[in-house]
Design a protein around this ligand. Structure first.
Ligand code: 13P
Length: 286
């Protein structure tokens, strides 16, 4: 089934009140696990690579993985460049067949964020590629993106209409109390802010930092307009936890045995998040 622009998935999710899960992959094993889980749940998914993952795996191999999935998988998926801060890597991603790119100008002054995001949107849209942007700053650590609590700032609902209109983005990541990485205490989401943002724009909204957000909070956020939820850390934890445990068994000498078990552990986590987003059994309808 085809590799599609993210808007196609997000519009369906928005109309049908669920969220498309976006999963960060870090290697081929993760990539295969996400596709296998999406097939098992008949769910649309977004496979997301940060610039660190692109540096590690390489554009050519990522393109190959996406081509293999498009040939073999029975679900629609988008290939997304997550938290792009470098315009060169975004342009390269578009050339290499990414169907969605995020320009993260959240640390920039408002006007500069608008200027660069709209430049990215122009280039991407000419190639039929969807664009996500960020307004406000989500705290925490995700590969090359690190935002301290002091730097972080929630999205101002009053700035949203102007930002969306002047940039032409297809979706917007909002800072509403979630954070990248592990939470020190249970996150408290600012639902009133999310509701206010939703009332100001019809563009699909994206929640970052999906790891560790309690299930009922995720469901409430989706009911208030979140159309995509990003999850990364949970996949790393499942992968690494399995590797650590399996390595204790001195009998295992074949790395493929180890990686197959790690892949199965990631599949389980991904399946759970797909169901939490309500994206299961949606693939046939897109
Ligand atoms: P977590 O790693 O906290 O799940 O966040 C992922 C994310 O938001 C990627 O953009």
């Amino acid at each position: 089934m085809p590799l599609v622009p993210a808007v196609r998935l997000l519009e369906h999710a928005q109309k049908n009140s669920y969220a498309v899960p976006g999963f960060n992959f870090h290697n081929m094993v993760d990539f295969q696990a996400i596709i296998a889980a999406a097939e098992a749940e008949a769910a649309p998914v977004m496979l997301m690579a940060t610039e660190d993952t692109i540096n590690f795996v390489g554009f050519d191999y990522i393109q190959g993985l996406a081509a293999a999935a498009a040939k073999t998988a029975g679900i629609h998926f988008a290939l997304h460049l997550d938290h792009g801060r470098n315009l060169d890597s975004i342009v390269k991603g578009i050339r290499y067949g990414f169907t969605s790119v995020m320009f993260d100008g959240s640390r920039l002054p408002f006007e500069e964020n608008i200027r660069l995001t709209s430049w990215v949107a122009d280039v991407a849209h000419k190639a039929g590629v969807s664009v996500e942007a960020e307004l406000g700053q989500i705290p925490g650590h995700e590969d090359n993106v690190s935002v301290s609590e002091q730097e972080a700032g929630m999205t101002d609902p009053n700035l949203v209409p102007e930002f969306v209109e002047r940039t032409g983005v297809d979706s917007l990541a909002v800072a509403i109390g979630t954070a990248h990485g592990l939470y020190k205490a249970e996150p408290r989401l600012d639902f009133a802010r999310l509701d206010a943002i939703r009332r100001k724009t019809s563009v699909p909204l994206v929640m970052h930092g999906g790891t560790g957000v309690p299930d009922d909070a995720v469901k409430k956020a989706i009911s208030l307009g979140i159309c995509k939820m990003n999850v990364g850390t949970d996949l790393r934890l499942a992968f690494m936890g399995c590797i650590r445990k399996t390595l204790e068994d001195q009998e295992i000498k074949d790395p493929r045995v180890l990686l197959k078990l790690a892949r199965e552990a990631v599949v389980e986590v991904v399946r759970g998040k797909i169901r939490l987003c309500g994206a299961n059994q949606r693939a046939g309808m897109i």
